[in-house]
Design a protein around this ligand. Structure first.
Ligand code: IPE
Ligand code: IPE
Ligand code: MG
Length: 255
C-alpha cells in the first residue's frame, strides 16, 4: 500500500461510513440493484483490511437502516442473504486478523438465519483485540436515542438515579455505542449531503467527508484520500486557532 504522505500517528481512532450508492452504481451499468450490493462487499473488505493494516481501532459500517426495511421485499431479502453470506465467509478472516465484530441496531427484526450467523460471529470474535468493526444493522440514530431515554427513565423510576444525575456521560453510557468512542471521521459515499438517521448523538465534533464516489467504487485510493483529507482538517472543538496551537496537533484520536 502506497500511503502517500499519510501520518501514521494522526489517524482517526474511529471511522464511520455510510456506504451509499450501490443501486446507482448498478443502474449506470444496466444491471439490477442487487448486483450493486454484491459489488459493494468488495469495498467493505477493502476498508476493513486497510483499517486493520493502518491500526485504526474502530470502524463502523452503516449497512442497513431502520428505514431500509421499507424497500421492495426482494431487495431486502437479497441484502439479508448477502449479509449472512458475508458474515459466514469473513468470520475466519476476522479471527486470523484479530478483528472483533460488534452489531448495533434492532436485531429482533433480522431473519433468524442472519441473526444466528451474526451472533455466532460476534461471540467467536469477542476476545479479539486487533480492531473493532461495528456493523449497524436495522439501525437508526433516533431509535438509539429513544432506547437510551427508556433505559434512563427506568433507572429513575426504580430509584437507581435522580433526574439531576442525568448528564452527557450517562446518556453516552446508555446508547448502543456505549463501549465505542465517538467517530473522528464520518465518510458518506454517493454525494448525498445527509446523515440518513445514522449516528446522531455520537457525532458532535466528527469530521464529515462526503464523496461523490459510489460505494462499489470506493477502494484503497478513495479511502486513503479520505484519511488524507481528515489529516488536513483543523479540529478546534469550539476553541480558537491560537488556543489549538501548532496545526499538526489538532487532529487524531488523542484530542
Ligand atoms: C446503499 O446503497 C446500500 C443500502 C442502503 C443497503 P443504496 O442501495 O442506497 O444505493 P442507491 O442510493 O440507491 O444508489
Ligand atoms: C443510508 O442510505 C443507509 C445505508 C447506507 C445503510 P440510504 O440510501 O438508505 O439513504 P437515503 O434514503 O438516500 O437518505
Ligand atoms: Mg442510497
Amino acid at each position: 500500500m502506497n500511503l502517500k504522505g499519510l501520518a501514521k500517528n494522526r489517524l482517526p481512532g474511529h471511522v464511520a461510513i455510510i456506504m451509499d450508492g450501490n443501486g446507482r452504481w448498478a443502474r449506470l451499468r444496466g444491471k439490477g440493484r442487487i448486483e450493486g450490493h454484491r459489488r459493494g462487499r468488495a469495498s467493505v473488505r477493502t476498508v476493513v483490511e486497510m483499517s486493520r493494516r493502518l491500526g485504526i481501532p474502530y470502524l463502523s459500517l452503516y449497512a442497513f437502516s431502520t428505514e431500509n426495511w421499507l424497500r421492495p421485499k426482494e431487495e431486502v431479502h437479497a441484502l439479508m442473504d448477502l449479509l449472512e453470506h458475508y458474515l459466514a465467509v469473513e468470520q475466519p478472516k476476522m479471527m486470523r486478523h484479530g478483528i472483533r465484530l460488534l452489531a448495533i441496531g434492532d436485531k429482533s427484526r433480522l431473519p433468524d438465519a442472519v441473526l444466528r450467523t451474526l451472533e455466532h460471529a460476534v461471540r467467536a470474535t469477542q476476545h479479539n483485540t486487533g480492531m473493532t468493526v461495528v456493523l449497524a444493522l436495522s439501525y437508526s440514530g433516533r431509535d438509539d436515542i429513544a432506547r437510551m431515554v427508556q433505559g434512563i427513565a427506568r433507572k429513575v423510576r426504580d430509584g437507581a438515579c435522580a433526574v439531576e444525575d442525568i448528564n452527557e456521560e450517562m446518556i453516552s453510557g446508555h446508547m448502543e455505542t456505549k463501549s465505542i468512542p465517538d467517530p473522528d471521521l464520518l465518510i458518506r459515499t454517493s454525494g448525498e449531503m445527509r446523515i440518513s438517521n445514522f449516528f446522531l448523538w455520537q457525532i458532535p465534533y466528527t469530521e464529515l467527508y462526503i464523496t461523490s464516489t459510489l460505494w462499489p467504487d470506493f477502494r484503497e485510493a478513495e479511502y486513503l484520500e479520505a484519511l488524507l483529507e481528515f489529516q488536513r482538517r483543523r479540529r478546534r472543538f469550539g476553541r480558537t486557532d491560537e488556543q489549538i496551537g501548532e496545526p499538526l496537533r489538532s487532529v487524531g484520536r488523542s484530542q
